[in-house]
Design a protein around this ligand. Structure first.
Ligand code: SF4
Ligand code: SF4
Ligand code: FES
Length: 479
């Protein structure tokens, strides 16, 4: 292990590391724009300048390998002077339109300007104008005036998503990031990661554009339920202290955006675009009214009816959701498992046009907790008719064909969304969605991850875990 010296302090480095990596691993901060821990080194922004002791010039830390006895300075007067000039260069043609930029508040250029420059532009020339709102894809806009040509986005599509969808055309101050003409960026299911890794506000999400300022919203750790990978994500929503009281109050309980939560065991720093679109799943019209055969009743009445139906049934069957959390599944097993014959169903199948599976993240099973459900209920739903003797069928979640239920069987249905089947059930009980409760899923590798609530659930909606406890079989129920 080579020993190097950073600002005079001895540091043990790994032979494979660069000075940037050794510095970060030992608590020294060196600024960077183009460098990214998961991408190749481009070395084009030059902000990571350091000085080797006793030399009169600076070099870049992101592309300098460590070597025994290397002595570097990260904050010498020469480094500071050089960084300041690099920041002047970075903002030479940058429009500094932070007031209307979505990246404002989490922009590296903004932060470094105040930290390493802090002065107005020394240039007397007019800024070079470039394209604003250039459509890179159906999901992403590009503001070329804000782009600092770090090439992170280009390298992402070459090295991570492998779509090769982006490149840089022209030369010098006419250089532009552009999408390949075969629309590969539209077909790249990982394209939105370039928005996160763009160090400035050049790459803009069409779905988030001008929707919220980042200081009004906060992230809650969660799990993407879009496939069996179960990527860790941050669900961003309005902070309680910025709750709206008179304007559009839907914004108080709306998912503003979803970003990756770095998790080396599951998804690294990336997610696919489906994970960005969780609002499409969770913000569908909700079922919030308990019913009996389509007739609205109080939630407590529907629960009492369900409990009576369970007590009276001789051959009850449960069709178990693989969107249930480990806690909910365990509650079902504990309270009703001995009484019901249970099958685990697939709530969701691949959507038309969706990538089924790849060797990056996406899995063919489009449900978050098949592994957790099958660990407790071994039998899988085979999609054919249920046992003819079934006299009660408890259906939990979506994706079940009610035509498979024997004609005379009673039905208890737990669902979160409006659906025609809700009105067919003898007892329909609306249940909460993932963003309204906490719990865990087990992914296809057996990794257990947690999700936290973002919004309160309505009083007319049940939590499945508490509901199963309330439906627990009574001592004198038929065996
Ligand atoms: S768009 Fe962003 S990530 Fe891409 S080169 Fe420009 S600054 Fe870098
Ligand atoms: S790979 Fe699967 S779990 Fe991860 S973000 Fe995409 S759909 Fe969600
Ligand atoms: S971070 Fe080293 S040159 Fe850009």
């Amino acid at each position: 292990m080579p020993q190097i010296f950073i600002n005079g302090q001895p540091v043990q480095a790994d032979r494979s590391q660069t000075v940037m990596e050794a510095a970060r691993a030992n608590g020294f901060f060196i600024p960077y724009f183009c460098w990214h821990p998961n991408l190749s080194v481009a070395g084009n922004c030059r902000i990571c300048a350091i000085q080797i002791e006793d030399r009169s010039w600076v070099e870049i830390a992101c592309n300098m390998p460590v070597s025994e006895g290397l002595r570097v300075l990260t904050d010498s007067p020469k480094v500071k002077e050089y960084r300041k000039s690099i920041m002047q260069l970075m903002t030479l043609n940058h429009p500094v339109d932070c007031g209307i930029c979505d990246k404002s508040g989490e922009c590296m250029l903004q932060d470094y300007h105040y930290r390493y420059n802090g002065e107005p532009s020394i240039s007397r020339d007019a800024k070079v104008r470039s394209t604003k709102f250039h459509p890179l894809s159906e999901r992403i806009l590009l503001d070329n005036e804000r782009c600092i040509l770090c090439s992170r986005c280009v390298r992402f599509t070459r090295e991570i998503s492998k779509s090769n969808a982006l490149g840089i055309v022209q030369r010098g101050d006419a250089s532009l990031v552009r999408a390949s003409e075969d629309h590969a960026l539209d077909a790249d299911p990982y394209s939105d990661n370039v928005i996160d890794i763009c160090p400035v506000g050049a790459l803009l999400s069409r779905s988030f554009l001008y929707k919220a300022r980042v200081w009004y919203i906060k992230p809650t750790p969660s799990i993407c339920p879009g496939c069996a990978r179960g990527c860790s994500v941050q669900v961003w929503h309005r902070k309680p202290e910025w709750k709206l009281h008179t304007l559009d109050q839907v914004k108080n309980v709306r998912i503003e955006r979803v970003t990756p939560l770095e998790n080396p065991a599951v998804n690294g720093p990336w997610i696919c675009n489906k994970g960005r679109d969780l609002a499409r799943i969770f913000e569908r019209p909700r079922a919030e009214q308990a019913m009996e055969k389509g007739r609205p009743v109080e939630l407590s009445i529907a629960i009492a009816t369900a409990r009576r139906l369970i007590d009276e049934a001789k051959h009850p069957v449960a069709v178990v959701s693989n969107w249930g959390s480990n806690e909910e599944l365990a509650a079902l097993k504990r309270t009703l498992g001995a009484r019901f014959t249970a099958f685990v169903k697939q709530d969701c199948a691949p959507e038309p046009g969706e990538r089924i599976e790849d060797d990056i993240l996406i899995k063919a099973d489009k449900n978050p907790n098949t592994a957790g459900a099958r660990a407790l209920f071994a039998a899988a739903d085979d999609g054919i008719a249920l046992p003819a003797a079934s006299d009660l069928v408890l259906v939990w979640g979506e994706g079940f064909d009610f035509a498979r239920i024997p004609a005379k069987a009673k039905i208890i249905f737990l669902n979160s969304y409006l659906a025609p089947e809700n009105g067919h059930a003898d007892a329909f009980i609306p249940v909460s969605v993932q963003t309204e409760r906490r719990g865990h899923y087990t992914n296809f590798q057996g990794t257990v991850s947690a999700f936290e609530p973002c919004f309160p659930k309505k009083a007319s909606v049940a939590d499945a875990e508490a509901l199963f406890a309330a439906l627990a079989v009574t001592e004198d129920a038929p065996a």
